[in-house]
Design a protein around this ligand. Structure first.
Ligand SMILES: C[S@@+](CC[C@H](N)C(=O)[O-])C[C@H]1O[C@@H](n2cnc3c(N)ncnc32)[C@H](O)[C@@H]1O
Length: 360
């Protein structure tokens, strides 16, 4: 059955239609596949993870260079084609392939050394953060992205494309633009251009509380054209940060009283994963809102700080304080805590921000 979102009926492969909603644009340019594999610098001992194997144009090449390839694919029709194709290559190569049927974002991921994929673009952001949160960390990833998304990944301070995504990804990984790929390299051709990127996780990962960090970034990027100085100079923002501080203090006191034996959950990359899902969507919404509202500076700032404030309440609720009135399920789903968003700590985090942004 065709998934929701439409089928490009004019584009068929061996009798079946490509589903646009699943990002089914087969990479037909063999030179691009070969370059991706070359840039991944595969060793014969490597286990490779591929997402969206499709009919196997990349997969069959990967099998020739790696010890093992684990390929996720959501569409059973593609899996049938892929399996037939790989079996025709002989038992030795076929035995190196493990195909996993299902949505990669819902699956548990195995261990892998290298990630190589021409992914469905609609899952770029969650997939990327899932990658960066994966432990043990992989050696390198070579990924085809939509060009605009790729440009955001490498954007530097001052660039129009500089955003939370850029800061977060560059904080956690070295990101490199490897090559531009035209839409004619795919069948059917997508409406957008593409770029191949190399991503190498920084090891060890910076010792940060990712929820705290992302809470701060949300404030910093709440209004794109506002400087940090003017943002944090606003009385409204300062007042909200002070309120946050009081809330945190109350939360800590309550925690001490009620949960003496409770150990604080260590910060881990799950927090990073959580924020990633919200990253792009939130930014797009914010951009749309800011365009439609000429006087949205303070509103956006209020929204960002209000979200932070709600999250503190939510976080105290999950520790047994009951349900706070006024917190929507959307707020609850955000799940970032804000110990950094109390005033003194926010100053420290701004310092951290400038140091880290300078470093990456
Ligand atoms: C851009 S095509 C790439 C196909 C092939 N790797 C190639 O380069 O020719 C993306 C593939 O990802 C699959 N796909 C889409 N969403 C997926 C998901 N959530 N999990 C796993 N595979 C997915 C699609 O069915 C499609 O085969």
């Amino acid at each position: 059955m065709a998934p929701k979102g439409g089928v490009q009926k004019s584009q068929h492969f061996r009798g079946f239609a490509f589903h646009k909603s699943r990002g089914q644009h087969i990479l037909k340019n063999a030179a691009v596949s070969d370059t991706m594999i070359e840039k991944a610098q595969l060793r014969p001992t490597d286990t490779v993870l591929e997402v969206g194997a499709g009919t196997g144009n990349l997969t069959v090449r990967l099998l020739r260079h790696a010890k093992r390839v684990i390929a996720f694919e959501v569409d059973p029709r593609m899996i049938i084609e892929l399996t037939k194709r790989v079996q025709a290559l002989g038992p030795e190569l076929a035995s190196r392939l493990e195909v996993v049927h299902g949505d990669v974002l819902r699956a548990n991921w195995p261990f892998f050394d290298v990630f190589v994929a021409n992914i469905p673009y609609q899952i770029s952001s969650p997939l990327l953060f899932r990658l960066l949160a994966h432990r043990p960390a992989f050696h390198c990833a070579v990924i085809m992205f939509q060009r605009e998304f790729a440009q955001r990944l490498v954007a530097r301070p001052g660039d129009a494309a500089y955003c939370r995504l850029a800061v977060n990804v560059q904080l956690l990984a070295r990101v490199e633009h490897l090559m531009k790929v035209s839409r004619n390299s795919f069948r059917p051709p997508p409406r957008v251009d593409s770029s191949v990127m190399r991503i190498q996780p920084r090891q060890p990962a910076p010792p940060l509380d990712f929820r705290e960090w992302d809470g701060l970034l949300r404030l910093c990027f709440a209004r794109k054209h506002r400087t940090l100085g003017s943002l944090f100079g606003q009385m409204r923002v300062v007042r909200l940060l002070q309120e946050n501080r009081l809330l945190i203090q109350r939360q800590q006191q309550q925690q001490q009283q009620n949960e003496e034996n409770d150990v604080e959950r260590p910060m881990d990359t799950t927090d990073l994963l959580q924020m990633a899902h919200e990253d792009d969507e939130k930014e797009e919404v914010e951009t749309a809102e800011s365009l439609s509202s000429p006087d949205s500076d303070t509103e956006q700032c209020q929204q960002a700080t209000a979200l932070v404030r709600f999250s503190i309440r939510d976080s105290s609720n999950t520790r047994g304080a009951g349900s706070a009135s006024g917190s929507s399920s959307e707020d609850e789903s955000r799940g970032f805590s804000s110990s950094a968003l109390c005033l003194p700590s926010a100053r420290v985090s701004i310092l951290k921000l400038s140091i880290l942004v300078t470093l990456v």
